[in-house]
Design a protein around this ligand. Structure first.
Ligand SMILES: [Zn+2]
Length: 281
């Protein structure tokens, strides 16, 4: 009993997308390969990472510009300058160049020092080189990290507010009792699909297997004809929760299946199902 999605390859299904690719997709770029789109469709881990970044980017879009940026006090730059032992002529970004306009702190010393011979100039140059090397990554990821921090702060406020009233209960969408396949007589299981207030669908799996077996346990959604399957992830221990990717119609994939998979790098279903059951959708 071997089922294999024709599009699926080892690379697509097993290698997670790197942070840069996910960040680019989160800010609106299309996935660069079909493999990436496919992986996103089937990998709950990458999907949830993308959703989080995407949410952060959305919050940033709707909040940036709401408040004016406040220039830091001069003492902040002085502190940075001292801490990093910067050359006296290194100015804060956006400030007037040395010699133009009003003299700033340290500029008199800079005027006296022969700038090209200053040994402190070397680390600054290498920082610039390093920044150039990692430029693309930093431009994409650094703002998102900042945005994520802002989102976390906003989230913290929302959480504090939410704490004052009862959290909305997730809605139960469907459930199934999972029955043992012949080779696994005595195993039992259950699956419950819930939908959170923000529309995310989670399937909670409970499994009491009759034996341990060599390998790992993987949770799948199958079509009734078993001509389509989606891996939801690995089940560690006797219970776990798994995000059902957006766009998966549970009436098309109503069968919950937990299989024993050898650790052989083959992403296809091993055919060795422990328990299986149909959701009442
Ligand atoms: Zn992944």
């Amino acid at each position: 009993m071997e089922q294999r999605d024709p599009d699926r390859t080892n690379d697509d299904a097993r290698a997670h997308l790197d942070a840069e690719a996910i960040a680019l997709i989160a800010i609106g770029e299309a996935p660069s390969t079909r493999g990436e789109s496919y992986h996103l469709a089937v990998c709950p881990t990458c999907r949830s990472e993308l959703d989080q970044l995407h949410e952060a980017a959305e919050i940033a879009r709707t909040t940036i510009g709401d408040g004016a940026l406040v220039a830091p006090a001069a003492s902040v730059w002085a502190g940075i300058h001292r801490e990093l032992a910067l050359a006296p002529d290194v100015r804060p970004p956006g400030s007037a160049p040395v010699g133009a306009g009003a003299p700033a702190v340290g500029s008199r010393r800079a005027d006296r020092a022969p700038r090209t011979a200053a040994p402190e100039a070397a680390p600054v140059a290498s920082i610039a080189e390093a920044r150039e090397r990692h430029g693309r990554m930093r431009r994409v990821v650094a703002p998102l990290v900042g945005v994520a921090a802002a989102a976390a702060a906003i989230g913290g406020l929302a959480l504090a507010w939410d704490g004052l009233r009862p959290a909305p209960e997730p809605t139960t969408l469907a459930s199934a009792s999972l029955d043992a396949l012949p080779a696994w007589q005595g195993s039992t299981g259950a699956a419950v699909v819930t939908e959170s207030a923000d529309g995310e669908r989670i399937v909670s799996i409970e499994l009491a297997a009759s034996a341990e077996g060599e390998g790992v346990r993987e949770v799948w959604l199958l079509t009734p004809e078993v001509d389509g399957l989606i891996s939801l992830g690995l089940l560690e221990g006797g219970s776990g929760t798994f995000v059902i990717p957006d766009g998966i119609d549970l009436s098309e994939y109503p069968i919950v299946d937990v299989s024993l998979e050898p650790v052989d790098g083959d992403p296809a279903h091993s055919g060795d199902s422990i328990v299986r059951g149909a959701l009442d959708v």
